[in-house]
Design a protein around this ligand. Structure first.
Ligand code: PBG
Length: 295
């Protein structure tokens, strides 16, 4: 799966400096990438949106004319069912403070208000043509709430990929530039998992499976292959692993300096993630690997 950034009002593509080879896309450019993804045989794409305007609650996230619904409709019209379309669901790209939902007076994210926003986002993305929605905010109860909200909106066939084991990680650094979601204050340590705690990940995976997830995701991937392997052993649901921005950017930067062979290392990375037990790998290298027959 290829992660893609779609920016409202952008004409063409704008390269992301921290992720060589990755761009933000306007609608037409996103469609061209999706068509290429079909051609090279990718499994699918996951969309992240960058809105023109942000506010304290992230209301641009559920705007039916926002960047993700607009891209979903155009891509679906162009490729039909030849590509699986996922939509990331979180408010951090849509709030002006960069948190994953509205913030309480003490600076913590308001869990239940955030989840209400995610449900509105998910319904908007489902109605625009997403096959699966992927809640990444790590709020308690988000999977159950999305399942209920989607069903009530008549979207029973839209699935949920739970970012179940999502660790608080320095590897997300370059993503913040790509998605324009830098935090203005605070951190995500209160709701993302501590990197040293494998059992907390096991608990989160089990909860999301119980709440009705159709697939479980581990993120980041390479520094957490033990978690991928444990998830594979404990669950029969499809396991996805997200080879995140920092994991990709490190290789791209070393490649640029001539210190290693980027494509070779990226192929080896994806193979390792699959060997650990992932059925689905999300990586910024997806298009290049598929195009060159590496995987
Ligand atoms: C949150 C989200 C993040 C990533 C995917 N979804 C950022 C975060 O949690 O801070 C990171 C992905 C990457 O680094 O490639 N919407």
């Amino acid at each position: 799966m290829l992660p893609m950034f779609v920016a409202e009002g952008l004409d063409g593509a704008r390269p992301v400096a921290s992720l060589p080879g990755v761009s933000q896309h306007g609608v037409a450019s996103a469609v061209a990438v999706a068509e290429e993804a079909v051609e090279v045989g990718l499994g699918g794409v996951i969309l992240f949106g960058i809105p023109a305007e942000k506010d304290a609650v992230g209301s641009a996230g559920w705007d039916p004319d926002g960047p993700v619904p607009a891209a979903l409709r155009a891509i679906r019209a162009a490729v039909g069912d030849r590509l699986v379309l996922w939509a990331d669901v979180c408010q951090c790209e849509y709030t002006d403070h960069g948190h994953c939902g509205p913030v309480l007076a003490d600076g913590e994210v308001d869990n239940d208000a955030a989840v209400e926003g995610y449900v509105r986002d998910a319904v908007a993305y489902a109605e625009a043509g997403a096959d699966l929605v992927a809640p990444s905010g790590m709020m308690d109860g988000q999977v159950a709430a999305l399942r209920r909200g989607l069903d009530q909106a008549g979207q029973q066939t839209v699935g949920i990929v739970a970012y179940a084991a999502k660790f608080a990680s320095g590897f997300y650094g370059p993503f913040r530039e790509a998605a324009g979601s830098a935090l203005v204050g605070g951190d995500r340590a209160g709701h993302q998992l501590p990197s040293g705690n494998a059992r907390a990940a096991a608990v989160e995976l089990a909860l999301d499976a119980e709440e009705g997830a159709d697939a479980l995701m581990v993120k980041p991937a390479l520094a957490y292959l033990d978690i991928v392997a444990a998830a594979r052993r404990a669950h029969d649901l499809p396991i996805a692993a997200y080879h995140v921005s920092g994991e990709y950017a490190m290789v791209a930067a070393a490649h640029e300096r001539g210190w290693l062979d980027g494509p070779e290392v990226l192929e080896e990375s994806v193979r390792s993630i699959r060997r650990a037990g992932a059925d689905v790998v999300l990586t910024y290298a997806a298009m290049d690997l598929a195009r060159s027959g590496r995987s």
